[in-house]
Ligand binder design. Structure first.
Ligand SMILES: Cc1cc2nc3c(=O)[nH]c(=O)nc-3n(C[C@H](O)[C@H](O)[C@H](O)COP(=O)(O)OP(=O)(O)OC[C@H]3O[C@@H](n4cnc5c(N)ncnc54)[C@H](O)[C@@H]3O)c2cc1C
Length: 838
């Protein structure tokens, strides 16, 4: 199994229980460990993989026959391409599994593995993207090839090279029979002891005080520890039964199958798959014709206001007129299509989520409830998703960091209307991958603060963080825009100027959406001490950075914890601050570890408060002008926290700095945010205060060696591998993950996080890029960018421990070029931390 880190999750092989059964409507078990609801690829794969992880007392219930939702009519292409390593890894698992199933001598299934596939490109920017994805996939043991237009046409003899630069070749691509695949998975699961109940609709769910469930079906009840929602386009019917709404929307999606094309028979080999971001279609061989699927601009949501209960094994009416724009592009690329008749048209519902990626993992706010939903490429990915979900259910974590799939990654804004807008946008851009810092226009302004329009008037270009609009940089003119690219873009000089202002005088930046919990109660200190692997701030008025581990000793979360005394604003309390997207994730993790007899209350302040960051050598002068407290280094040193007023705005101020300059994090209730902003702007005039945005923050944090949760801080690595030793206190009697961490520490690191100086001025090293020693792969970049104060191209990456020493000369595969990358000692800027302490 290829993993980035070799995380210690072991698959255990199939269970030893006696063979289970497949029951049309016969007698059901009344009790089991897991009930998987839905018998498409998602449910069948989950059931099979649970048995592979050793849990055999598991059942699947399906309202009709297996595969009677979307799965039966899928075009069923199986590809290895993914936008990140987790996606590539899980797709590789699908391919490995399907190959193994296809070669079963007793029950072979039809799988055209290895036809190959090409993603086309007509711009250099797209080609750069493919070069990056090829570099990224190498770390997962997958070799893509970036090829020119002539080579595309050589490998796919039906295509023209007009308006084509080249493409990305994936040699593993193919297609599979979806019904045979699901039957094979169900058969193997049953052989291991699982049971499958067909024609058994789930009509209700009841959760008990001990977090177990009763699943009510039309044929009786089943009590279980854990339920899994694998209901495809009926996801929210089941969601409603447990009181949740999932941000999943169905779109109508069509493909046609042609009559035989003589040139295909004559070619003597199967045609590779095509994915076309130029004209938004895909294509594969079907018998001796072609199957062409469309992502038309004039697309349609489906089932938004409810789904006919009788829509089973069913299709939507054909509507090829809607796809004319796309058809023309396909005809131009493959002229043979113009001379052949259409044999069949298929139009069926396909699910999309609010950010395009599936939702596979724990259901937010629920105990013992998981989902595997929003699959828009479920045949290709389903094998891998079921594998990662089963690992999460059985072991609490999977071998890869699954944040890109985690259902808790959206907090509070993922409603049905926004999901529909984003689903439409995503469908319209199916094969047009997001460029770095590309934020698409649908559904914007979902979460804002009173400052959003103020910053917009100041020229802010906005990025979106967990739905929040956050200033990215400030434009010199209203019509200024950047060209989306994997290289440095036109914002480079603007960011440099913002940083210069911060470094030489003072800057102000709004950081909204930052997650913040207030934790109170007589057991709050003992509880938090158990949750983190380091030390809590010992005194009131102090702040510290802390890390939370999972039970495998791996990094779960990162939090800034401030300790506040009792005041007229409230009792003694901790403020727990973590990444903007972590709210539901961290809330679940904390509450699930709370003892029933512990006196601890956790209250989210995320939507009520916003941070203003005041940074730079003049920041003390500015804050002193607007707040009556003593802001000297002696009275308010580095890592202090206090409640005060900024002008007339109540605030909680922390002496912490992500930029590495003297800085104050000013937490203000949203109702007073504008007042605080006006006061700071006015006081800042005397010191040339300038606004700065998220890109400047990103550059400065790279120079300072600070990490980003879910870019550099991953469940695949422990704190020692990540270089966070100073935040671990092994002398504590207990903390979550301690025993596992002791074992890991004794074994030594599998990888180490290093800082690299990259020898290129053309492009930043993007997360996922391969770090090489000669032709050998030795590591993976986690994040990178230009350090404007140190004038260096900086990257962080996990590399084999043998190559982690400062001075080691390596290379990064940067957009197809091997560029030098030297391991350097971090931080690169103010390593003695003098600036923040002055
Ligand atoms: C036209 C088209 C072409 C496609 N082409 C491809 C492709 O080339 N490659 C690819 O990878 N993907 C493709 N897809 C997508 C892929 O088919 C889906 O991602 C996948 O089939 C979804 O599987 P699922 O198990 O999540 O959902 P489904 O197949 O819909 O299964 C859900 C199951 O849950 C059951 N269920 C629902 N409610 C209940 C209940 N209350 N009780 C019990 N059971 C319930 C349903 O009956 C159903 O059987 C295509 C989709 C379409 C529409």
């Amino acid at each position: 199994m290829a993993t980035r880190a070799g995380m210690a999750i072991q698959t255990t092989g199939s269970g030893t229980a006696s063979a289970g059964t497949d029951k049309g409507m016969g007698k059901m078990k009344s009790q089991t460990r897991v009930v998987v609801i839905g018998g498409g690829i998602a449910g069948c794969s989950t059931l099979y993989h649970l048995t592979q992880e050793g849990w055999t007392d598991v059942v699947l219930v399906e309202r009709n026959e297996l595969t009677s939702g979307t799965t039966w009519h899928s075009a069923a292409q199986v590809t290895n391409f993914g936008m990140n390593q987790t996606m590539v890894g899980l797709k590789s698992h699908s391919i490995e599994l399907y190959r193994e199933l296809a070669s079963d001598p007793d029950y072979p299934i039809n799988y055209h593995h290895g036809d190959g596939g090409i993603r086309l490109a007509n711009t250099e920017a797209q080609m750069d993207g493919y070069r990056h994805f090829a570099s990224m996939a190498r770390g997962m043991g997958v070799e893509f090839e970036v090829i020119d237009a002539e080579e595309c046409a050589r490998r796919h003899p039906l295509i023209s090279t007009d308006n084509l630069i080249g493409g990305l070749w994936d040699g593993q691509d193919g297609d599979i029979d979806p019904a045979q695949l699901c039957q094979a998975l169900a058969r193997r699961a049953r052989a291991a002891g699982a049971e499958v109940y067909r024609n058994t609709p789930v009509i209700g769910l009841t959760q008990h005080r001990d977090h177990s469930w009763t699943v009510h079906t039309e044929h009786g009840d089943i009590t279980c520890e854990i339920v899994v929602n694998a209901c495809g386009y009926r996801v929210n019917e089941l969601g409603a039964m447990m009181g949740v709404h999932h941000p999943v929307m169905s779109m109508e999606h069509q493909y046609l199958v042609t009559e035989e094309i003589p040139a295909i028979r004559e070619a003597g080999h199967r045609m590779p798959l095509l994915r076309c971001p130029i004209s938004d279609y895909y294509c594969r061989q079907e018998k001796y014709g072609l199957l062409v699927g469309f992502y038309e601009q004039n697309c349609k949501t489906w089932g938004m206001d409810g789904i006919d209960p009788h829509f089973v094994n069913a299709l939507c009416p054909d509507d090829l007129d809607r796809t004319t724009d796309v058809l023309e592009g396909a005809f131009a690329r493959m002229p043979a299509l113009m001379d052949v008749g259409i044999h069949t048209v298929v139009n069926g519902p396909i699910t999309y989520t609010i950010d395009g990626a599936p939702l596979v993992g724990p259901i937010p706010g629920k105990r013992n409830a998981f989902c595997i939903i929003g699959l828009r490429a479920g045949l290709g990915e389903g094998g891998g998703h079921g594998w990662l979900l089963a690992q999460q259910i059985v072991h609490g974590e999977a071998c890869y960091d699954t944040w890109c799939l985690d259902p808790r990654r959206f907090a509070g804004h993922a409603n049905v209307e926004l999901t529909a807008l984003k689903a439409i946008e995503d469908y319209q851009n199916e094969f047009r991958f997001h460029f770095p810092n590309e934020h698409r226009p649908a559904g914007r302004m979902a979460k804002t603060t009173p400052l959003t329009p103020v910053l917009a008037a100041e020229g802010a270009a906005f990025t979106v963080v967990n739905g929040w609009e956050r200033a990215e940089y400030f434009k010199p003119a209203p019509d200024f825009d950047v060209t989306h690219s994997f290289r440095f873009d036109e914002s480079f000089d603007l960011v440099a100027q913002e940083i210069k202002a911060v470094q030489s005088a003072v800057g102000l930046c709004e950081v909204n959406g930052f997650n913040r919990f207030e934790i109170t109660g007589s057991d709050a200190e003992a509880f938090l001490d158990r949750m983190i692997c380091g030390r809590l701030p010992r005194r009131f008025g102090r702040v510290g950075l802390a890390y939370l581990l999972n039970h495998h000793g791996m990094l779960k979360s990162e939090a800034t914890i401030a300790r506040l005394p009792a005041t007229d604003l409230g009792p003694e309390r901790f403020w727990y601050g973590s990444a903007a997207a972590s709210e539901l994730h961290d809330m679940d993790w904390l509450t699930q570890h709370l003892g029933s007899d512990e006196d601890v209350q956790i209250r989210s302040l995320t939507n009520d408060q916003t941070i203003l960051v005041l940074a730079g050598p003049k920041s003390r002068d500015v804050i002193s002008a607007v707040s009556r407290a003593d802001w000297s280094a002696a009275a308010f040193p580095w890592l202090s926290v206090r409640e005060c007023f900024i002008g007339i705005a109540p605030a909680t101020v922390m002496a912490v700095s992500f930029s590495g300059e003297l800085a104050y994090e000013i937490h203000v209730p949203n109702a007073s945010l504008y007042a605080a902003y006006l006061a700071l702007r006015e006081a800042g005039e005397a010191h040339d205060l300038r606004l700065f945005g998220a890109l400047a923050v990103e550059s400065m944090r790279l120079e300072k060696g600070f990490l980003h949760w879910k870019a550099d801080v991953l469940t695949e690595f422990d704190p020692f591998e990540t270089g966070l030793n100073r935040f671990v206190h092994m002398g504590k009697p207990q903390f979550i993950g301690k025993a596992a961490l002791e074992t890991r520490a004794a074994q030594g690191p599998s990888k180490r996080l290093v800082t690299l100086e990259v020898g290129s001025k053309a492009a930043p090293a993007h997360g996922g890029a391969s770090v090489m020693l000669g032709d050998a792969f030795v590591g993976t970049v986690t994040s990178g960018g230009w350090g404007h104060r140190v004038q260096k191209n900086i990257a962080y990456g996990f590399v084999s421990p043998d190559y982690a020493d400062s001075g080691t000369e390596l290379h990064i595969d940067l957009l197809g070029d091997r560029v030098p990358a030297t391991v350097v000692t971090s931080p690169l800027y103010d390593p003695e931390m003098n600036l923040v302490r002055t």
